[in-house]
Write a protein that binds this ligand. Structure first.
Ligand SMILES: [Zn+2]
Ligand SMILES: [Zn+2]
Length: 284
């Protein structure tokens, strides 16, 4: 709006024959252009991002063999078989990320979070990091699991190096995040991956984690929780009871704690891809 007023002011000054008018006019045009790029209704900026999303969608559909689904909020999802399992891929263009989700064979033994060390912006909520006894991994990531024994079993001698290297050796690996929910394990990197080799490596790393978690869960003492059995009234991200601050996925209506939703950045249901919630109280 400011740009428009400046342009009008500039035009008026041109009619008055003022020498400064041209400068004011140009300033106005620049301000208007800036407004269009960044304005609240984001006209040109949004259009460019939508075009980029459409181009990326065509490219990924060609790579993956079946269509991706574009969402209005500059995100895209794809679900299908890849490298021997059903995977749910998602891309987010406004905060550049690519994520792969894979269901744990046999069901989830709990929940787990791995985030980059604080120097790379990682932050663990709900307790201290549990060491895995893999030196480089512990320098690079913070990790926590529920039950707390799960992380130790995942990084037991026979699996420690395999699990650690799966993440450390990925391009962008040290900035990757892993979340195990009751429905799947999710591995996310801060980049929009759009080449077959990059996607295959991301999927392979997630598959190593999914297999290692399934192996760890065969140790005695785990009750395998799969969504729907023994989990009603519980949050899929933290497994605690849903008593307050409950929000529902706008797409599939799965309930979550609001803080858990914010941590995961999206719905916890496998392949849902919902990124917006409504307060549970507002359900008709
Ligand atoms: Zn929760
Ligand atoms: Zn959902």
């Amino acid at each position: 709006m400011g740009g428009l007023l400046l342009i009008l002011a500039g035009l008026k000054d041109v009619r008055d024959g003022c020498a400064a008018a041209g400068i004011v006019g140009i300033g106005g045009v620049l301000a208007l252009f800036g407004f269009l790029l960044t304005g609240s209704d984001g006209t040109i900026g949004n259009l460019l991002r939508k075009l980029r999303l459409r181009r990326l969608s065509r490219k990924l559909t060609a790579i993956l063999g079946t269509p991706t689904t574009s969402h209005s909020d500059l995100a895209m999802t794809w679900t299908g078989p890849r490298c021997g399992s059903i995977v749910a891929l998602s891309w987010n263009l406004d905060m550049p990320t690519t994520q792969v989700a894979i269901q744990i064979p046999g069901g989830s033994p709990g929940t787990l979070r791995i985030v980059p060390s604080p120097s790379r912006g990682g932050r663990l909520i709900g307790g201290r990091s549990i060491p895995t006894r893999h030196e480089e991994f512990d320098r690079t990531f913070l990790a926590r699991s529920e039950p707390t024994t799960l992380l130790g079993d995942l990084f037991a001698d026979s699996r420690r190096d395999r699990a650690a290297r799966a993440l450390l050796d990925l391009p962008d690996g040290p900035s990757a995040r892993v979340i195990l929910t009751l429905s799947d394990v999710r591995l996310r990197v801060p980049r929009v991956l759009q080449r077959p080799d990059g996607l295959d490596r991301l999927i392979a790393a997630a598959q190593i984690f999914a297999a290692a978690i399934a192996e760890a869960a065969r140790q005695p003492g785990y009750s395998i929780l799969s969504v729907g059995t023994g989990t009603s009234g519980r949050c899929l991200i933290c497994v605690s009871a849903l008593e307050s601050e409950v929000v529902l996925c706008i797409r599939c209506r799965t309930p979550h704690h609001q803080s858990c939703w914010e941590y995961a950045g999206e719905c916890a249901t496998f392949a849902c891809g919902g990124r917006r919630w409504i307060p549970a109280g507002n359900v008709p």
